[in-house]
Design a protein around this ligand. Sequence first.
Ligand code: NAD
Length: 495
Amino acid sequence: MSEIQLLPQVREFLQRSHAHFIDGQYRAGTSSRHVPIVNPANGEVIAQITCATADEVESAVAAARRSFKGEWAQTSPYQRGVVLNRLADLMEANGEELAQLETLCSGKSIHLSRMFEVGQSAIFLRYYAGWTTKINGETMSPSFPSMAGEQYTAFTRREPVGVVAGIVPWNFSVMIGVWKIAAALATGCTLVLKPSEFTPLTLLRLAELAIEAGVPAGVFNVLNGTGEVGASLIEHPHVAKVSFTGSVPTGLKVGQSAMAANLTRVTLELGGKNAAALLPDADIDGAVAGLIQTGYVHQGQVCAAPERIYVHRSRLDETLAKFTAALQGMNIGSPLDESVNFGPLANKPQFDKVAQFLQLAREQSKVVCGGKPLARAGYFVEPTVVLANGPQDRLLHEETFGPILCVLPYDEVEELPGLINDSPFGLTASIWTNDLSRALRLIPQIEAGTVYVNMHTFLDPSVPFGGIKASGTGREFGSAFIDDYTELKSVMIRY
Ligand code: NAD
Protein backbone atom coordinates (compact mmCIF):
# COMPACT_ATOMS: atom_id res chain seq x y z
CA MET A 1 0.00 0.00 0.00
CA SER A 2 2.32 2.75 -1.08
CA GLU A 3 2.44 5.48 -3.67
CA ILE A 4 4.39 5.01 -6.89
CA GLN A 5 7.58 7.05 -7.32
CA LEU A 6 7.13 10.21 -9.40
CA LEU A 7 9.33 10.24 -12.50
CA PRO A 8 12.17 12.83 -12.47
CA GLN A 9 10.69 14.46 -15.60
CA VAL A 10 7.36 14.94 -13.76
CA ARG A 11 9.13 16.71 -10.88
CA GLU A 12 11.04 18.85 -13.37
CA PHE A 13 7.89 19.72 -15.30
CA LEU A 14 6.12 20.83 -12.11
CA GLN A 15 9.00 23.23 -11.36
CA ARG A 16 8.48 25.16 -14.62
CA SER A 17 6.43 28.33 -14.83
CA HIS A 18 3.24 27.39 -16.66
CA ALA A 19 1.28 29.54 -19.04
CA HIS A 20 0.58 28.97 -22.75
CA PHE A 21 1.75 27.20 -25.89
CA ILE A 22 1.42 29.45 -28.92
CA ASP A 23 2.77 29.07 -32.46
CA GLY A 24 4.91 26.07 -31.65
CA GLN A 25 6.50 27.29 -28.42
CA TYR A 26 6.02 27.91 -24.73
CA ARG A 27 4.97 31.43 -23.87
CA ALA A 28 5.59 32.71 -20.38
CA GLY A 29 2.43 34.50 -19.31
CA THR A 30 2.41 38.28 -18.97
CA SER A 31 -0.62 38.63 -16.71
CA SER A 32 -0.43 39.13 -12.96
CA ARG A 33 -3.39 36.74 -12.60
CA HIS A 34 -2.38 33.26 -11.51
CA VAL A 35 -4.35 30.16 -10.53
CA PRO A 36 -2.86 27.65 -8.08
CA ILE A 37 -2.96 23.99 -9.13
CA VAL A 38 -3.92 21.86 -6.14
CA ASN A 39 -3.33 18.13 -5.73
CA PRO A 40 -6.82 16.98 -4.60
CA ALA A 41 -5.38 13.96 -2.80
CA ASN A 42 -3.77 16.15 -0.13
CA GLY A 43 -4.78 19.78 -0.78
CA GLU A 44 -1.19 20.87 -1.54
CA VAL A 45 -0.38 23.44 -4.21
CA ILE A 46 1.86 21.75 -6.80
CA ALA A 47 2.18 24.50 -9.42
CA GLN A 48 0.43 27.58 -10.71
CA ILE A 49 -0.64 28.83 -14.12
CA THR A 50 -0.74 32.35 -15.47
CA CYS A 51 -4.04 33.39 -17.07
CA ALA A 52 -4.01 34.53 -20.69
CA THR A 53 -4.41 38.22 -21.50
CA ALA A 54 -6.39 39.63 -24.42
CA ASP A 55 -3.11 39.99 -26.36
CA GLU A 56 -2.26 36.34 -25.80
CA VAL A 57 -5.74 35.28 -26.99
CA GLU A 58 -5.13 37.42 -30.09
CA SER A 59 -1.70 35.92 -30.65
CA ALA A 60 -2.95 32.29 -30.34
CA VAL A 61 -5.86 32.82 -32.74
CA ALA A 62 -3.59 34.66 -35.20
CA ALA A 63 -1.09 31.77 -35.13
CA ALA A 64 -3.88 29.24 -35.68
CA ARG A 65 -5.27 31.29 -38.57
CA ARG A 66 -1.84 31.70 -40.20
CA SER A 67 -1.18 27.98 -40.15
CA PHE A 68 -4.74 27.23 -41.34
CA LYS A 69 -4.16 29.39 -44.41
CA GLY A 70 -0.50 28.39 -44.76
CA GLU A 71 1.46 25.25 -44.01
CA TRP A 72 -1.43 23.16 -42.71
CA ALA A 73 -3.52 23.90 -45.80
CA GLN A 74 -0.62 22.54 -47.93
CA THR A 75 -0.39 19.34 -45.85
CA SER A 76 -2.02 16.37 -47.57
CA PRO A 77 -4.72 14.33 -45.82
CA TYR A 78 -2.33 11.37 -45.81
CA GLN A 79 0.35 13.44 -44.06
CA ARG A 80 -2.18 14.67 -41.49
CA GLY A 81 -2.91 11.01 -40.73
CA VAL A 82 0.81 10.25 -40.37
CA VAL A 83 1.19 13.11 -37.88
CA LEU A 84 -1.81 11.98 -35.81
CA ASN A 85 -0.43 8.44 -35.69
CA ARG A 86 2.96 9.76 -34.57
CA LEU A 87 1.31 11.78 -31.82
CA ALA A 88 -0.42 8.58 -30.63
CA ASP A 89 2.96 6.80 -30.56
CA LEU A 90 4.54 9.66 -28.61
CA MET A 91 1.69 9.70 -26.10
CA GLU A 92 2.33 6.03 -25.41
CA ALA A 93 6.10 6.47 -25.31
CA ASN A 94 5.68 9.27 -22.73
CA GLY A 95 2.62 7.67 -21.18
CA GLU A 96 3.80 7.32 -17.59
CA GLU A 97 4.86 10.98 -17.43
CA LEU A 98 1.50 12.16 -18.84
CA ALA A 99 -0.43 9.82 -16.53
CA GLN A 100 1.41 10.95 -13.40
CA LEU A 101 0.96 14.63 -14.24
CA GLU A 102 -2.75 14.14 -14.80
CA THR A 103 -3.24 12.14 -11.60
CA LEU A 104 -1.50 14.86 -9.59
CA CYS A 105 -3.85 17.55 -10.96
CA SER A 106 -7.13 15.62 -11.10
CA GLY A 107 -7.04 12.95 -8.38
CA LYS A 108 -7.80 10.33 -11.01
CA SER A 109 -6.41 6.89 -10.14
CA ILE A 110 -3.09 6.23 -11.83
CA HIS A 111 -4.67 3.19 -13.50
CA LEU A 112 -7.34 5.39 -15.09
CA SER A 113 -4.83 8.01 -16.16
CA ARG A 114 -2.76 5.30 -17.85
CA MET A 115 -5.75 3.51 -19.36
CA PHE A 116 -7.95 6.45 -20.46
CA GLU A 117 -6.00 9.70 -20.53
CA VAL A 118 -3.10 8.00 -22.30
CA GLY A 119 -4.26 4.63 -23.70
CA GLN A 120 -7.72 5.64 -24.94
CA SER A 121 -6.40 8.97 -26.21
CA ALA A 122 -3.89 7.11 -28.40
CA ILE A 123 -6.70 4.86 -29.69
CA PHE A 124 -8.83 7.90 -30.56
CA LEU A 125 -5.91 9.61 -32.32
CA ARG A 126 -5.30 6.53 -34.48
CA TYR A 127 -9.00 6.21 -35.27
CA TYR A 128 -9.17 9.83 -36.48
CA ALA A 129 -5.87 9.37 -38.37
CA GLY A 130 -7.72 6.79 -40.46
CA TRP A 131 -10.41 9.33 -41.34
CA THR A 132 -8.07 11.94 -42.81
CA THR A 133 -8.03 10.20 -46.21
CA LYS A 134 -11.75 9.42 -46.25
CA ILE A 135 -13.39 12.83 -45.92
CA ASN A 136 -15.17 13.21 -49.25
CA GLY A 137 -18.05 15.02 -50.91
CA GLU A 138 -20.60 13.54 -53.29
CA THR A 139 -21.27 13.76 -57.02
CA MET A 140 -24.82 14.70 -58.07
CA SER A 141 -26.75 14.64 -61.29
CA PRO A 142 -28.70 17.93 -61.36
CA SER A 143 -32.40 17.26 -61.69
CA PHE A 144 -33.53 20.08 -64.06
CA PRO A 145 -34.01 19.08 -67.72
CA SER A 146 -31.58 20.64 -70.21
CA MET A 147 -32.99 23.83 -71.89
CA ALA A 148 -30.87 24.21 -75.00
CA GLY A 149 -28.62 21.20 -75.08
CA GLU A 150 -26.33 22.33 -72.26
CA GLN A 151 -25.48 19.89 -69.50
CA TYR A 152 -24.67 20.31 -65.85
CA THR A 153 -22.80 18.37 -63.29
CA ALA A 154 -22.44 19.05 -59.58
CA PHE A 155 -20.40 17.87 -56.66
CA THR A 156 -19.83 18.78 -53.02
CA ARG A 157 -16.59 19.36 -51.17
CA ARG A 158 -15.98 18.98 -47.45
CA GLU A 159 -13.78 21.90 -46.43
CA PRO A 160 -12.34 22.50 -42.95
CA VAL A 161 -14.18 25.27 -41.08
CA GLY A 162 -10.98 27.04 -39.94
CA VAL A 163 -9.81 27.89 -36.43
CA VAL A 164 -11.56 25.85 -33.74
CA ALA A 165 -11.78 26.96 -30.10
CA GLY A 166 -11.82 23.83 -27.92
CA ILE A 167 -12.91 24.30 -24.30
CA VAL A 168 -12.24 21.40 -21.97
CA PRO A 169 -13.51 20.41 -18.47
CA TRP A 170 -11.40 18.93 -15.66
CA ASN A 171 -12.77 15.41 -15.45
CA PHE A 172 -10.95 13.80 -18.43
CA SER A 173 -8.91 16.77 -19.49
CA VAL A 174 -6.45 14.91 -21.70
CA MET A 175 -8.86 12.51 -23.41
CA ILE A 176 -11.54 15.16 -24.04
CA GLY A 177 -8.82 17.54 -25.27
CA VAL A 178 -7.57 14.80 -27.61
CA TRP A 179 -11.08 14.27 -29.04
CA LYS A 180 -11.03 17.92 -30.11
CA ILE A 181 -7.41 17.91 -31.30
CA ALA A 182 -7.95 14.74 -33.34
CA ALA A 183 -11.20 15.91 -34.97
CA ALA A 184 -9.74 19.34 -35.82
CA LEU A 185 -6.49 17.99 -37.23
CA ALA A 186 -8.15 15.13 -39.14
CA THR A 187 -10.40 17.57 -40.99
CA GLY A 188 -7.63 20.13 -41.69
CA CYS A 189 -8.73 22.68 -39.07
CA THR A 190 -6.38 24.32 -36.57
CA LEU A 191 -7.07 24.63 -32.86
CA VAL A 192 -6.77 26.81 -29.79
CA LEU A 193 -7.46 24.70 -26.72
CA LYS A 194 -8.49 26.16 -23.35
CA PRO A 195 -8.01 23.52 -20.63
CA SER A 196 -9.81 23.70 -17.31
CA GLU A 197 -8.04 25.93 -14.79
CA PHE A 198 -8.02 22.92 -12.42
CA THR A 199 -6.15 20.58 -14.80
CA PRO A 200 -4.06 22.69 -17.19
CA LEU A 201 -0.67 20.96 -17.13
CA THR A 202 -0.88 17.76 -19.16
CA LEU A 203 -2.23 19.44 -22.30
CA LEU A 204 0.76 21.82 -22.20
CA ARG A 205 3.05 18.80 -22.26
CA LEU A 206 0.96 17.27 -25.07
CA ALA A 207 1.44 20.44 -27.16
CA GLU A 208 5.21 19.86 -26.98
CA LEU A 209 4.75 16.26 -28.10
CA ALA A 210 2.60 17.46 -31.02
CA ILE A 211 5.55 19.53 -32.31
CA GLU A 212 7.78 16.47 -31.92
CA ALA A 213 5.20 14.46 -33.90
CA GLY A 214 5.44 16.91 -36.81
CA VAL A 215 2.36 19.07 -36.21
CA PRO A 216 3.37 22.43 -37.74
CA ALA A 217 3.71 25.42 -35.42
CA GLY A 218 0.41 27.23 -34.89
CA VAL A 219 -1.82 24.25 -35.69
CA PHE A 220 -2.36 23.32 -32.02
CA ASN A 221 -2.17 26.09 -29.40
CA VAL A 222 -2.98 26.02 -25.68
CA LEU A 223 -4.24 29.05 -23.76
CA ASN A 224 -4.62 28.78 -20.01
CA GLY A 225 -6.86 30.60 -17.58
CA THR A 226 -10.31 30.70 -16.07
CA GLY A 227 -13.66 30.94 -17.86
CA GLU A 228 -12.92 34.55 -18.84
CA VAL A 229 -10.20 33.35 -21.21
CA GLY A 230 -12.65 30.87 -22.76
CA ALA A 231 -15.24 33.64 -23.11
CA SER A 232 -12.88 36.00 -24.94
CA LEU A 233 -11.67 33.18 -27.20
CA ILE A 234 -15.25 32.38 -28.24
CA GLU A 235 -15.89 36.00 -29.17
CA HIS A 236 -12.85 36.27 -31.45
CA PRO A 237 -14.00 37.01 -35.02
CA HIS A 238 -11.52 34.52 -36.52
CA VAL A 239 -12.79 31.57 -34.49
CA ALA A 240 -14.96 29.58 -36.89
CA LYS A 241 -16.20 26.91 -34.51
CA VAL A 242 -16.47 26.36 -30.77
CA SER A 243 -16.29 22.83 -29.40
CA PHE A 244 -17.27 23.04 -25.73
CA THR A 245 -17.43 20.28 -23.13
CA GLY A 246 -18.60 21.22 -19.65
CA SER A 247 -21.60 22.01 -17.50
CA VAL A 248 -25.08 23.05 -18.67
CA PRO A 249 -24.97 26.60 -17.18
CA THR A 250 -21.61 27.36 -18.85
CA GLY A 251 -22.72 25.64 -22.06
CA LEU A 252 -25.75 27.91 -22.28
CA LYS A 253 -23.52 30.99 -21.98
CA VAL A 254 -21.04 29.59 -24.49
CA GLY A 255 -23.78 28.82 -27.03
CA GLN A 256 -25.31 32.27 -26.67
CA SER A 257 -22.03 34.16 -26.96
CA ALA A 258 -20.88 32.07 -29.96
CA MET A 259 -24.11 32.89 -31.77
CA ALA A 260 -23.97 36.56 -30.77
CA ALA A 261 -20.28 36.90 -31.74
CA ASN A 262 -20.43 35.85 -35.36
CA LEU A 263 -23.10 33.15 -35.69
CA THR A 264 -20.14 30.92 -34.84
CA ARG A 265 -21.01 27.27 -35.11
CA VAL A 266 -20.95 25.49 -31.79
CA THR A 267 -20.94 21.95 -30.43
CA LEU A 268 -21.99 21.55 -26.81
CA GLU A 269 -21.25 18.37 -24.84
CA LEU A 270 -22.89 19.00 -21.48
CA GLY A 271 -23.99 17.30 -18.31
CA GLY A 272 -26.23 14.33 -17.65
CA LYS A 273 -28.41 12.64 -15.05
CA ASN A 274 -28.14 9.23 -16.58
CA ALA A 275 -30.65 6.49 -15.79
CA ALA A 276 -30.09 2.75 -15.51
CA ALA A 277 -33.19 0.53 -15.57
CA LEU A 278 -32.99 -2.98 -14.10
CA LEU A 279 -35.84 -5.03 -15.61
CA PRO A 280 -37.50 -7.80 -13.56
CA ASP A 281 -35.36 -10.49 -15.21
CA ALA A 282 -32.04 -8.59 -14.88
CA ASP A 283 -28.91 -10.46 -13.85
CA ILE A 284 -28.46 -8.49 -10.61
CA ASP A 285 -24.86 -9.60 -10.04
CA GLY A 286 -23.90 -8.44 -13.52
CA ALA A 287 -25.90 -5.21 -13.27
CA VAL A 288 -24.48 -4.26 -9.87
CA ALA A 289 -20.92 -5.05 -11.00
CA GLY A 290 -21.45 -2.98 -14.16
CA LEU A 291 -23.00 -0.04 -12.30
CA ILE A 292 -20.31 -0.06 -9.61
CA GLN A 293 -17.65 -0.02 -12.28
CA THR A 294 -19.24 2.80 -14.29
CA GLY A 295 -20.97 4.77 -11.53
CA TYR A 296 -17.92 5.11 -9.28
CA VAL A 297 -15.10 5.29 -11.82
CA HIS A 298 -13.17 8.54 -11.23
CA GLN A 299 -15.43 8.97 -8.18
CA GLY A 300 -18.51 9.37 -10.39
CA GLN A 301 -17.09 12.42 -12.17
CA VAL A 302 -18.00 11.13 -15.61
CA CYS A 303 -20.64 12.87 -17.72
CA ALA A 304 -22.04 9.62 -19.13
CA ALA A 305 -22.06 7.70 -15.81
CA PRO A 306 -25.27 6.32 -14.30
CA GLU A 307 -26.59 8.36 -11.35
CA ARG A 308 -30.21 7.18 -11.00
CA ILE A 309 -31.12 3.51 -10.87
CA TYR A 310 -34.66 2.20 -11.39
CA VAL A 311 -35.03 -1.30 -9.93
CA HIS A 312 -38.07 -3.57 -10.21
CA ARG A 313 -39.58 -3.80 -6.74
CA SER A 314 -39.26 -7.59 -6.72
CA ARG A 315 -35.45 -7.25 -6.96
CA LEU A 316 -34.90 -4.19 -4.73
CA ASP A 317 -33.61 -5.81 -1.51
CA GLU A 318 -31.25 -8.09 -3.39
CA THR A 319 -29.90 -5.15 -5.43
CA LEU A 320 -29.29 -2.91 -2.41
CA ALA A 321 -27.58 -5.75 -0.49
CA LYS A 322 -25.24 -6.37 -3.43
CA PHE A 323 -24.41 -2.68 -3.80
CA THR A 324 -23.61 -2.46 -0.10
CA ALA A 325 -21.35 -5.51 -0.15
CA ALA A 326 -19.48 -4.28 -3.23
CA LEU A 327 -18.93 -0.75 -1.89
CA GLN A 328 -17.68 -2.01 1.45
CA GLY A 329 -14.88 -3.77 -0.46
CA MET A 330 -13.63 -0.57 -2.05
CA ASN A 331 -10.14 0.58 -1.19
CA ILE A 332 -10.19 4.36 -0.66
CA GLY A 333 -6.92 6.26 -0.75
CA SER A 334 -4.24 8.02 -2.75
CA PRO A 335 -4.71 7.87 -6.54
CA LEU A 336 -0.95 7.27 -6.83
CA ASP A 337 -1.33 4.01 -4.88
CA GLU A 338 -1.88 1.19 -7.38
CA SER A 339 -3.91 -0.86 -4.88
CA VAL A 340 -6.51 1.93 -4.49
CA ASN A 341 -9.70 1.95 -6.56
CA PHE A 342 -11.48 5.03 -5.13
CA GLY A 343 -9.68 8.35 -4.74
CA PRO A 344 -10.53 11.99 -4.00
CA LEU A 345 -12.92 14.31 -5.79
CA ALA A 346 -11.07 16.50 -8.25
CA ASN A 347 -11.18 19.93 -6.61
CA LYS A 348 -12.57 21.95 -3.71
CA PRO A 349 -15.70 23.38 -5.46
CA GLN A 350 -16.57 19.88 -6.60
CA PHE A 351 -16.04 18.51 -3.08
CA ASP A 352 -18.26 21.24 -1.60
CA LYS A 353 -21.01 20.53 -4.14
CA VAL A 354 -20.96 16.76 -3.54
CA ALA A 355 -20.81 17.29 0.25
CA GLN A 356 -24.03 19.35 -0.03
CA PHE A 357 -25.72 16.57 -1.99
CA LEU A 358 -24.62 14.06 0.68
CA GLN A 359 -26.15 16.28 3.37
CA LEU A 360 -29.36 16.46 1.33
CA ALA A 361 -29.32 12.65 1.06
CA ARG A 362 -28.94 12.27 4.84
CA GLU A 363 -31.77 14.75 5.49
CA GLN A 364 -34.41 13.77 2.94
CA SER A 365 -33.62 10.30 1.47
CA LYS A 366 -32.50 6.99 2.95
CA VAL A 367 -28.73 6.46 2.84
CA VAL A 368 -28.13 2.77 2.11
CA CYS A 369 -24.34 2.96 2.36
CA GLY A 370 -21.69 5.67 2.51
CA GLY A 371 -23.18 9.16 2.74
CA LYS A 372 -20.39 11.26 4.31
CA PRO A 373 -17.29 13.25 3.45
CA LEU A 374 -14.15 11.70 4.95
CA ALA A 375 -12.25 13.51 7.69
CA ARG A 376 -8.81 13.48 6.10
CA ALA A 377 -6.62 15.79 4.03
CA GLY A 378 -7.75 16.12 0.43
CA TYR A 379 -11.23 15.99 -1.06
CA PHE A 380 -12.50 12.53 -0.14
CA VAL A 381 -16.10 11.35 0.26
CA GLU A 382 -17.58 7.89 0.69
CA PRO A 383 -18.99 6.04 -2.32
CA THR A 384 -22.71 6.27 -1.66
CA VAL A 385 -26.00 4.56 -2.48
CA VAL A 386 -29.25 6.32 -1.58
CA LEU A 387 -32.87 5.12 -1.70
CA ALA A 388 -34.97 7.93 -3.16
CA ASN A 389 -37.89 9.31 -1.15
CA GLY A 390 -40.05 9.15 -4.31
CA PRO A 391 -39.94 10.02 -8.01
CA GLN A 392 -39.47 13.74 -7.22
CA ASP A 393 -36.41 13.26 -4.98
CA ARG A 394 -33.89 15.95 -6.00
CA LEU A 395 -31.19 13.30 -6.16
CA LEU A 396 -33.06 11.76 -9.11
CA HIS A 397 -33.13 15.06 -10.99
CA GLU A 398 -29.97 17.13 -10.31
CA GLU A 399 -26.57 16.15 -11.67
CA THR A 400 -24.28 15.45 -8.70
CA PHE A 401 -21.30 14.49 -10.90
CA GLY A 402 -20.15 12.52 -7.87
CA PRO A 403 -20.19 8.99 -6.41
CA ILE A 404 -23.87 9.00 -5.43
CA LEU A 405 -26.24 6.45 -7.00
CA CYS A 406 -29.89 7.14 -6.23
CA VAL A 407 -32.23 4.11 -6.42
CA LEU A 408 -36.00 4.15 -7.00
CA PRO A 409 -38.16 1.01 -7.15
CA TYR A 410 -40.88 0.69 -9.82
CA ASP A 411 -43.71 -1.81 -10.33
CA GLU A 412 -44.42 -2.02 -14.08
CA VAL A 413 -41.92 -1.89 -16.96
CA GLU A 414 -44.37 0.45 -18.75
CA GLU A 415 -43.55 3.14 -16.13
CA LEU A 416 -39.89 3.26 -17.17
CA PRO A 417 -40.00 5.64 -20.17
CA GLY A 418 -41.95 8.18 -18.10
CA LEU A 419 -39.52 7.90 -15.16
CA ILE A 420 -36.38 8.00 -17.32
CA ASN A 421 -37.59 10.89 -19.48
CA ASP A 422 -38.68 12.99 -16.50
CA SER A 423 -35.37 14.88 -16.65
CA PRO A 424 -34.01 17.98 -18.35
CA PHE A 425 -30.98 15.89 -19.44
CA GLY A 426 -30.62 13.31 -22.22
CA LEU A 427 -27.05 12.05 -22.41
CA THR A 428 -27.01 8.28 -21.74
CA ALA A 429 -29.28 5.55 -20.31
CA SER A 430 -28.97 1.81 -19.84
CA ILE A 431 -31.36 -1.14 -19.76
CA TRP A 432 -30.32 -4.27 -17.91
CA THR A 433 -32.21 -7.38 -19.12
CA ASN A 434 -31.88 -10.58 -21.12
CA ASP A 435 -35.31 -9.95 -22.67
CA LEU A 436 -34.14 -8.51 -25.99
CA SER A 437 -37.66 -7.90 -27.23
CA ARG A 438 -38.43 -5.70 -24.21
CA ALA A 439 -35.14 -3.83 -24.57
CA LEU A 440 -35.74 -3.15 -28.27
CA ARG A 441 -39.25 -1.85 -27.51
CA LEU A 442 -37.93 0.48 -24.81
CA ILE A 443 -35.00 1.93 -26.79
CA PRO A 444 -37.05 4.20 -29.12
CA GLN A 445 -39.01 5.53 -26.13
CA ILE A 446 -35.92 6.71 -24.21
CA GLU A 447 -34.77 10.31 -24.61
CA ALA A 448 -30.98 9.98 -24.61
CA GLY A 449 -28.10 10.36 -27.07
CA THR A 450 -26.86 6.84 -26.25
CA VAL A 451 -28.82 3.86 -24.88
CA TYR A 452 -26.78 0.90 -23.62
CA VAL A 453 -28.05 -2.63 -22.98
CA ASN A 454 -26.33 -4.61 -20.19
CA MET A 455 -23.53 -2.02 -20.06
CA HIS A 456 -23.05 1.69 -19.40
CA THR A 457 -20.53 4.47 -20.19
CA PHE A 458 -18.60 2.74 -22.92
CA LEU A 459 -17.20 5.28 -25.38
CA ASP A 460 -15.92 3.87 -28.65
CA PRO A 461 -14.38 6.16 -31.28
CA SER A 462 -16.49 4.55 -34.01
CA VAL A 463 -19.82 5.16 -32.21
CA PRO A 464 -21.24 8.74 -32.26
CA PHE A 465 -21.54 10.32 -28.81
CA GLY A 466 -23.46 13.38 -27.63
CA GLY A 467 -26.57 14.52 -25.82
CA ILE A 468 -30.12 15.59 -26.49
CA LYS A 469 -32.26 18.03 -24.45
CA ALA A 470 -30.06 19.97 -22.00
CA SER A 471 -27.19 17.49 -22.47
CA GLY A 472 -26.06 19.29 -25.57
CA THR A 473 -26.02 19.57 -29.30
CA GLY A 474 -23.79 17.97 -31.91
CA ARG A 475 -21.99 14.63 -31.98
CA GLU A 476 -18.40 13.51 -31.61
CA PHE A 477 -16.81 10.29 -32.96
CA GLY A 478 -17.79 7.99 -35.82
CA SER A 479 -18.37 9.91 -39.03
CA ALA A 480 -20.58 12.39 -37.12
CA PHE A 481 -17.74 14.79 -36.28
CA ILE A 482 -17.13 15.52 -39.97
CA ASP A 483 -20.34 17.55 -40.28
CA ASP A 484 -19.29 19.66 -37.29
CA TYR A 485 -15.71 20.42 -38.37
CA THR A 486 -16.27 20.95 -42.11
CA GLU A 487 -18.33 23.21 -44.35
CA LEU A 488 -20.21 21.58 -47.22
CA LYS A 489 -19.47 23.49 -50.41
CA SER A 490 -21.55 22.81 -53.55
CA VAL A 491 -19.98 23.17 -56.98
CA MET A 492 -22.08 23.31 -60.21
CA ILE A 493 -20.55 23.18 -63.68
CA ARG A 494 -22.22 23.81 -67.06
CA TYR A 495 -20.70 22.13 -70.08
P1 NAD B 1 -17.53 24.04 -16.46
O1 NAD B 1 -18.68 24.33 -17.35
O2 NAD B 1 -17.44 24.71 -15.15
O3 NAD B 1 -16.14 24.40 -17.21
C1 NAD B 1 -15.79 23.81 -18.44
C2 NAD B 1 -14.76 24.69 -19.13
O4 NAD B 1 -15.39 25.92 -19.50
C3 NAD B 1 -13.56 25.08 -18.28
O5 NAD B 1 -12.40 25.08 -19.09
C4 NAD B 1 -13.89 26.50 -17.84
O6 NAD B 1 -12.77 27.29 -17.55
C5 NAD B 1 -14.60 27.02 -19.08
N1 NAD B 1 -15.51 28.16 -18.87
C6 NAD B 1 -16.12 28.55 -17.72
N2 NAD B 1 -16.91 29.64 -17.96
C7 NAD B 1 -16.78 29.93 -19.27
C8 NAD B 1 -17.34 30.92 -20.12
N3 NAD B 1 -18.20 31.84 -19.67
N4 NAD B 1 -17.00 30.92 -21.42
C9 NAD B 1 -16.15 29.99 -21.91
N5 NAD B 1 -15.58 29.02 -21.17
C10 NAD B 1 -15.90 28.99 -19.85
O7 NAD B 1 -17.50 22.46 -16.31
P2 NAD B 1 -16.53 21.57 -15.38
O8 NAD B 1 -16.95 21.77 -13.97
O9 NAD B 1 -15.12 21.79 -15.78
O10 NAD B 1 -16.92 20.09 -15.85
C11 NAD B 1 -17.95 19.35 -15.30
C12 NAD B 1 -19.17 19.37 -16.21
O11 NAD B 1 -18.80 18.94 -17.53
C13 NAD B 1 -20.25 18.40 -15.77
O12 NAD B 1 -21.51 19.03 -15.87
C14 NAD B 1 -20.14 17.25 -16.77
O13 NAD B 1 -21.35 16.53 -16.95
C15 NAD B 1 -19.73 17.98 -18.01
N6 NAD B 1 -19.08 17.07 -18.95
C16 NAD B 1 -19.74 16.71 -20.11
C17 NAD B 1 -19.14 15.82 -21.00
C18 NAD B 1 -19.84 15.39 -22.28
O14 NAD B 1 -19.17 14.85 -23.17
N7 NAD B 1 -21.15 15.58 -22.42
C19 NAD B 1 -17.88 15.30 -20.72
C20 NAD B 1 -17.25 15.69 -19.54
C21 NAD B 1 -17.84 16.57 -18.66
